[in-house]
Design a protein around this ligand. Structure first.
Ligand code: COA
Length: 179
């Protein structure tokens, strides 16, 4: 979970090739690279309409100003992909590199599109992308009560490394080079 306060590390990410996936309702969804200059307003819209019941560890922020600060920080320091349906952003996954060649991952799927397989599709794509870019591992933090997120992360191979209220999870990519 990336807050807008961590020390940035700059990294040139390889180009992300867009894909169209079919979700569990049979709808086609585009997953593509997020371009901040073009997509910023659409992403703000996703977060302004995000149901607070699905916030995790205080994110996404609620006020427009705080959303703007958060996504500007993420765009400045990270690399993101989005799920898009009919021009509307319905999912956002961002990775921010750390000094030791790992990344910190954050993902939010809009409540209208949760439980349709999009989170898993986006995770698979970004894991592949991180392997290709040579990162050693992916870190994330969720809440221990967020059983759905933990289920998805475990399915992707993440292990729990600190099982407190804030549940830290890690995917070691060095063990996965040949997979
Ligand atoms: C967590 C989140 C990213 C997952 O993305 P998603 O697109 O909804 O997830 P998917 O549809 O790909 O997969 C959901 C899986 O969880 C399972 N699931 C659903 N509700 C569940 C629950 N309450 N407990 C455990 N598993 C649950 C589904 O059966 C499915 O698993 P399966 O493929 O084995 O059947 C998304 O739901 C989300 O944004 N949630 C709110 C914000 C959040 O928690 N973000 C993570 C912050 S760390």
């Amino acid at each position: 979970m990336v807050m807008a306060s961590e020390k940035p590390v700059h990294f040139n990410f390889p180009e992300f090739k867009h894909v169209v996936v079919r979700d569990r309702k049979g709808e086609e969804i585009l997953i593509r690279q997020y371009i901040h200059e073009k997509d910023r307003e659409k992403l703000i819209e996703m977060y302004e309409t995000y149901d607070p019941d699905y916030r995790c560890l205080g994110l996404p922020p609620i006020s427009r100003k705080a959303i703007e600060n958060w996504i500007d920080y993420l765009a400045e320091n990270g690399f993101a992909i989005v799920a898009e349906k009919d021009g509307r952003i319905v999912g956002h996954l961002v990775i921010v590199p750390t000094e030791d060649m790992k990344v910190d991952l954050t993902i939010f799927i809009h409540q209208d599109y949760q439980n349709r397989g999009l989170g898993q599709e986006m995770m698979k794509l970004i894991i592949d992308c991180c392997k290709k870019a040579g990162f050693k591992g992916i870190m994330l933090v969720t809440e221990r009560s967020n059983t759905r997120a933990i289920h998805v992360y475990k399915k992707m191979g993440f292990k729990i490394v600190a099982p407190y209220y804030e549940c830290d999870m890690y995917l070691d990519l060095t063990e996965q080079q040949d997979k």
